[in-house]
Design a protein around this ligand. Structure first.
Ligand SMILES: Nc1ncnc2c1ncn2[C@@H]1O[C@H](COP(=O)(O)OP(=O)(O)OP(=O)(O)O)[C@@H](O)[C@H]1O
Length: 608
């Protein structure tokens, strides 16, 4: 997780930080406030029992009139029933809003994650995002469901309760309150320490989630390289760190609890002593003394609960900070206010003096892409060739605004792509990557991902699917247990690399874009399949503009022209044969591609 984001909200106070969830709470504010009043009413009902007790002791009992005890007993019973009903009402009132608020915050977070540019995801660990969208939101829900209501309610009840105690005996109430003051001091000192530890624990949970996610994701590599033990050690180390922090948290809560239990006891003892003296001196009735302690006993739980409610509130504050660190992240790649549209899409793609550097690249390093000028005509297939690390993938990523150019412009049919909505841009330009990411869904849904307007089950959807699978030579789909309706595993892991690439290619083709951008999407195919896919692609490429990153000489053969990327610049553009004839660096790159190809073929021979 990036350091700079950690400190963004650090300066905010607890109340201001928590107030940030108000927009999500607003639709349920009325209900939440009602449940707060219900809770206060509930404790007031419990506080009224001692009042009845005092009346019984000082009235009918003192006067020796047992007949009047019965109505009082009925009142106590009615108060008990009212208490039960209020408890039910409160639970019913809070349950629905808190789950709705959690869901709407989770949706907002997910929408933001979808919207944020790739540069953000480059910087953030997936486990951190996962723990924020699950653990932190769960904490906020629990706090909203009862934490905040109990906290505010209990503070109100303590104030009201102290008021009632005062009316019975101001001397006793004063002793009780003064003896309770150290508890508030302890509570406030606890805030700062606990916030720091709780933040650390929540961040460590995120790191641990990242480790689990990465090791599950990379389980094949870990097993193949025998790194399972090392990975386990790493995990244990992180888990141990988290355990240490949780212990530290528990210790500081335990310290708080000690005081929170001890102080009311001392307050009780001192008041009792004073009460006995006052009763003996005739300044307090026996009924008043008993009622005082009965009321103080009712107040005991609200007083004790303040400690854990505070710790829960501070944890929630940390959770809110962590959620808003993501929600506040500036979205640098956004739709223009007044977007243009391309009336007649033809597919002319132009890189107009494009510059690009990654956000985190040091100032001393020159732009990765430095004044790129390249024009790809409608229907033309342009191959992009260059040494490894020369920036080919980066250049292709600029076409769909996965990253924005840092200088110059990419234009589609004469329109700067930043002037288009991202929806329109991504409908016009489709991409397939070397690393084919598939989703846990059917083959059909994966392939038709770029055609949301199509009903996947409709005849038209079926026709697009069949054509795309045929072009990508994905005939293996028919042999899957449920054909195109087979759910492919997480990220398509149950398919081979070549099969996944072909489905990803079919997905790009099915999008029927004006421009197809392919980043070495055939790398995992054997020579025969590659040749068949290329034949299929040629049909599509005849009518579609294409920019293809080529890592193999055979991919270059597909192209009408080739652009050579060298030290961040396009240094030559022309037909393959022309470049071979005139450009030494091109010959060098092609021969290194051929060498790579020979090695691959030799490897295939060995493994076959
Ligand atoms: N997200 C990123 N953040 C910072 N630097 C990056 C990022 N992605 C790539 N780079 C750097 O940019 C340079 C170009 O990478 P790129 O993947 O575009 O090259 P390429 O020509 O496609 O390489 P290859 O042929 O090996 O796929 C590399 O030095 C790489 O380390």
């Amino acid at each position: 997780m990036p350091e700079q984001t950690t400190s963004v909200a650090a300066g905010r106070g607890t109340v201001r930080t928590l107030a940030r969830i108000l927009p999500f709470v607003r639709p349920f504010l009325g209900r939440t406030i009602v449940s707060l009043f219900v809770y206060i009413a509930l404790v007031l009902v419990s506080l009224s029992v001692p009042v009845v007790l005092q009346w019984i002791i000082d009235g009918p009992l003192a006067a020796g009139d047992p007949a009047q005890v019965w109505p009082a007993a009925v009142v106590v019973l009615a108060l008990g029933v009212a208490e039960g009903l209020l408890i039910m009402l409160r639970r019913w009132l809070v349950l629905t809003p808190s789950t709705h608020i959690e869901a709407s915050m989770r949706n907002a977070l997910y929408a933001k994650l979808q919207d944020l540019p790739v540069a953000f995801h480059d910087r953030w660990q997936s486990g951190q995002l996962l723990s924020r969208s699950m653990g932190d939101l769960g904490l906020i829900r629990r706090w909203l469901a009862f934490g905040v209501i109990l906290l505010v309610g209990n503070v109100v009840i303590i104030v009201v309760g102290f008021g009632i105690l005062f009316t019975w005996s101001w001397q006793l109430a004063l002793v009780f309150i003064v003896a309770s003051i150290p508890m508030w001091v302890v509570g406030f000192r606890f805030e700062h320490r606990y916030s720091v530890v709780s933040r650390r624990a929540q961040d460590q949970q995120g790191d641990l989630a990242t480790t689990v996610e990465e090791s599950v994701h990379g389980i094949r590599v870990l097993k193949a390289f025998g790194r399972g033990t090392h990975s386990l050690e790493n995990f244990l180390h992180q888990a141990e760190e988290l355990r240490g922090t949780e212990l530290e948290k528990a210790r500081s809560i335990a310290g708080l609890w000690l005081w929170l239990l001890l102080i009311p006891d001392v307050a009780f003892a001192l008041s009792l002593l004073g009460g006995v003296v006052l009763a003996a001196g005739g300044q307090l009735t026996v009924g008043g003394l008993i009622a005082f302690f009965a009321a103080a006993a009712v107040l005991r739980w609200p007083i004790e609960s303040i400690g854990w409610l505070l710790s829960m509130t501070f944890e929630t504050r940390t959770a809110v900070e962590r959620i808003f660190e993501v929600l506040d992240e500036p979205d640098l790649i956004r739709d223009p206010e007044h977007p243009q549209t391309i009336a007649e899409p033809r597919g002319r793609l132009v890189f107009d003096r494009v510059h690009f550097r990654y956000q985190d690249s040091p100032d001393s390093v020159p732009d990765l892409l430095d004044d790129i000028v390249l024009e790809v005509e409608p229907g033309e297939t342009m191959a992009l060739v260059g040494l490894t690390g020369s920036g080919k993938t980066t250049l292709t990523a600029l076409t769909t605004r996965l990253y924005d150019v840092t200088g110059g412009a990419v234009r589609l049919d004469g329109v700067d792509i930043r002037e288009l909505t991202r929806e329109e841009l991504r409908a016009r330009i489709a991409m397939a990557f070397e690393e084919a990411t598939l989703f846990s869904a059917s083959v059909r849904e994966n392939v038709l991902l770029g055609r949301p307007e199509l009903d996947p089950g409709s005849p038209e959807g079926e026709a697009v699917l069949d054509e795309a699978l045929e072009i990508a030579q994905a005939d293996f789909v028919a042999a899957l247990p449920h054909g195109a309706d087979t759910t492919i595993g997480e990220e398509g892991l149950s398919l081979s690399g070549g099969q996944r690439q072909r489905i990803a290619l079919a997905r790009a083709v099915a999008a029927r874009p004006s421009v197809l951008v392919l980043d070495d999407p055939l790398s995992a195919l054997d020579v025969d399949t590659e040749a068949r896919v290329e034949a299929g692609l040629r049909r599509v490429l005849a009518s579609t503009t294409a920019l293809i990153v080529a890592h193999r000489p055979s991919t270059v053969q597909l192209a009408d022209r080739v652009a050579l990327l060298e030290h961040g610049r396009i240094t030559d553009v022309g037909r393959h044969s022309e470049l071979l004839a005139r450009n030494e660096h091109y010959r060098y790159v092609i021969s290194s591609l051929e060498e790579g190809r020979d090695t691959e073929t030799a490897d295939e021979g060995v493994t076959a």
